[in-house]
Design a protein around this ligand. Structure first.
Ligand SMILES: C[S@@+](CC[C@H](N)C(=O)[O-])C[C@H]1O[C@@H](n2cnc3c(N)ncnc32)[C@H](O)[C@@H]1O
Ligand code: SF4
Length: 315
């Protein structure tokens, strides 16, 4: 039997990367690796719209560096589930743009700043001019896939945020998103809540789209997730992370990939969710997590109102 709610799947084609971004915690992955094409095909077989409302191809690596990128994209053509991809944009040439067009719904390119110095300090190893040219090409060439930007929520990007937004809008790129959370930020729960509050203010002030809304299938389903899971941690329960080796992870905040709860080779999504629903907090992971308790019932209510508002704006 299917669970009473749908989730997002975060699919990691590779945990290897061509960048070394200053905020990225991916150095916690001891053995970065690439997904095998058979694992991707097995996962595709397991994805159904009744259980999954969105698959985000991201993980903790850069999907466009996968040597079998073309085959991976080809394999998902015609699949009934919605696919999105998050990329740093460095390798996004005209050929990849053409292959992705129509295969994915939304391509989200992460971009820190229009200022070359800030970009160079944050998006280490990437070529800002090349990424900007690729963004212009994607905006021009996509006929079906939509282009969006994920603005980096780092304090050092904020002074140049207005100029960055101006440049993106001048290219016709209107979907600008930001995460209200900077993961693993040092500090206590209260400092973290303040940082998130400040980012939420920035998101409102510049009329950005908050990325947390992209993980809400519907208000009713989030309520069902809440009721169905023994551990009431919304960040854990809205998403199922599939690591490059095919492991389902207990939580996408398990950046070191230490806590698998199944594998696509042997377990269905429904069975894996049922297993996780019965699981309590995992002290080695959850005690130090700065997202824990982020969504109290009051926060969830505020999120629900935000979700309904953004739906109303879209209609
Ligand atoms: C881990 S990356 C993987 C996809 C791709 N390599 C990229 O950079 O877009 C996914 C998203 O997480 C964001 N990210 C990385 N480190 C982060 C952090 N510490 N806090 C919040 N977001 C972060 C990136 O900016 C990117 O938008
Ligand atoms: S490009 Fe993405 S995965 Fe790679 S280091 Fe930067 S944020 Fe991390």
């Amino acid at each position: 039997m299917n669970p009473a709610y749908r989730i997002a799947v975060n699919a990691e084609w590779t945990s290897m990367c061509n960048a070394a971004c200053s905020m990225c915690p991916r150095d916690a992955i001891a053995h970065p690796q690439r997904m095998q094409i058979d694992t991707w095909r097995r996962l595709l077989d397991r994805l159904s719209p009744e259980e999954v409302f969105r698959v985000v191809i991201a993980g903790y690596g850069e999907a466009t560096t996968h040597p079998r990128f073309d085959e991976f994209v080809e394999a998902m053509h015609g699949h009934p589930v919605r696919f999105d991809m998050v990329s740093n944009g460095h390798l996004l040439d005209a050929d990849k743009i053409a292959r992705l067009d129509g295969a994915i719904d939304l391509l989200v390119v992460s971009f820190s700043s229009i200022d070359p110095d800030v970009y160079g300090r944050v998006h280490v190893k990437l070529d800002q001019r090349r990424v900007m040219a690729n963004l212009q090409a994607a905006q021009r060439l996509f006929t079906k896939t939509r282009l969006a930007i994920s603005l980096t929520p780092m304090p050092e990007c904020l002074p140049t945020l207005p100029a960055t937004i101006d440049w993106l809008k001048a290219q016709g790129i209107g979907t600008l998103t930001m995460s209200p959370t900077l993961y693993n930020r040092a500090g206590n729960q209260q400092e973290h809540a303040l940082a998130t509050e400040e980012l939420r203010r920035i998101i409102r002030r510049y009329r950005l789209r908050s990325q947390e809304l992209d993980f809400v299938p519907s208000v009713r389903e989030v309520a069902r997730q809440w009721l169905g899971n023994r551990f009431k941690c919304t960040p854990r329960n809205v998403d199922l992370f599939v690591a490059a080796n095919g492991d389902y992870l207990y939580c996408y905040n398990d950046i070191g990939h230490h806590h698998p709860i199944g594998n696509v080779a042997t377990d269905s999504i429904a069975d894996t969710l049922r297993r996780r629903e019965a699981m309590a907090a995992m002290p080695s992971l959850c005690d130090g997590c700065d997202m824990r308790k982020r969504y109290s019932p009051g926060e969830l209510l505020r999120g629900a109102v935000g979700h309904m508002r953004s739906r109303l704006r879209a209609t």
